[in-house]
Design a protein around this ligand. Structure first.
Ligand SMILES: Cc1ncc(COP(=O)(O)O)c(C=O)c1O
Length: 313
């Protein structure tokens, strides 16, 4: 065995829970704590690590020393997988949507430095990434690879995310009424829902969809967590700010101000949208006085360099 659950625990111990104090929160009578998964590890950060952990252990158990996955040219998941590959000495391959010139961007050049092999595919081919026939072709091309879907959201992603809920029961001094997360493929939301059902059933879980027309993600959640019920979670679909990757001036201002006031770095694609939505809900009086909210900082800060290079932020 090259690594085990306990050796991983030593290298990536629980992330801190940080409570924040701001006049805005005091004025609305709510307490907000941030689960700093961005601080889990300097390279393998955020929810990406949570989703990868049991996939890595599964590959290790089955003696598969090559992991392949899919992602866009600035993907946090691809970046984290490449980092994990370097850290745990596992070969990694990324099937990347788009043209080969993206290989020079900050995300992918770092991934290659960590040893990831890249294969670029056009957008039409990339859309086949969940179809059995295409996956068979990829599997025969990379016969030794263990394949993880885009975003790392598969069944094995859930137990890693559930660990956030276990850590919260140990770290939080007062009961957690609500947990918030940014939602893209809904693996993290699903893991938090199954985790709270097991470890703190009084907590309600909220996903802030970062993409447009995201109602279909409710089916993803019920697929992963059939025992979830409507009292236990909610997907907010009106805070996408124009769609995936769109950064409105108001959102950009909010992110800058948030970081200035809290000294916590966020980015506008995931965590910025989540905090912006949460702040709007607080302002609208969504939460009764005395409510304790935990927002999961899912990382993604590596994406800032790419956003800056595209002059999007
Ligand atoms: C930083 C960050 N936060 C949140 C998410 C959303 O997680 P999920 O795809 O599990 O919904 C992602 C990935 O898509 C991400 O990279």
């Amino acid at each position: 065995m090259r690594f085990t659950e306990s050796s991983i625990y030593q290298q990536l111990p629980p992330s801190p829970l940080q409570s924040i104090t701001l006049p805005f929160l005091t004025a609305h009578g709510v307490k907000v704590s941030i689960k700093r998964d961005d601080l889990l590890h300097s390279e393998i950060s955020g929810n990406k690590w949570r989703k990868l952990k049991y996939n890595l252990l599964h590959a290790e158990k089955n003696d598969q020393q090559h992991i392949l996955s899919f992602g866009g040219a600035f993907s946090n998941h691809i970046h984290a997988l490449a980092a994990a590959g370097k850290h745990f000495n596992v070969k990694t391959t990324g099937i990347i949507r788009g043209e080969a010139h993206y290989a020079a961007n900050p995300t992918l050049s770092q991934a290659q430095q960590w040893g990831m092999q890249l294969q670029f595919v056009d957008r039409k081919t990339y859309r086949l990434k969940e179809q059995a026939e295409y996956l068979q072709t990829i599997q025969s091309q990379y016969s030794d690879a263990y394949i993880i879907p885009e975003g790392g959201s598969n069944r094995l992603a859930l137990p890693g995310v559930e660990e956030i809920c276990i850590e919260l029961t140990q770290q939080s001094e007062q009961p957690v009424d609500h947990i918030f997360t940014a939602t893209g493929s809904a693996g993290t939301l699903s893991g938090l829902i199954s985790g709270t059902l097991k470890h703190s059933p009084q907590t309600q879980v909220h996903g802030i969809a970062v993409l447009k027309n995201a109602h279909y993600l409710c089916d993803t959640v019920t697929h992963f967590v059939p025992q979830a019920n409507s009292l236990n979670w909610h997907l907010h679909t009106d805070f996408h700010e124009g769609g995936y990757g769109k950064v409105s001036p108001a959102l950009a201002d909010f992110c800058r101000q948030f970081t200035q006031q809290t000294t916590i770095p966020i980015e506008p694609i995931y965590t910025g949208k989540m905090f912006y939505a949460l702040w709007q809900l607080i302002e609208q009086g969504f939460f009764p006085i005395g409510t304790h909210i935990v927002a999961v900082h899912t990382g993604g800060l590596q994406g800032l360099a790419g956003l800056k290079s595209q002059q999007k932020f």
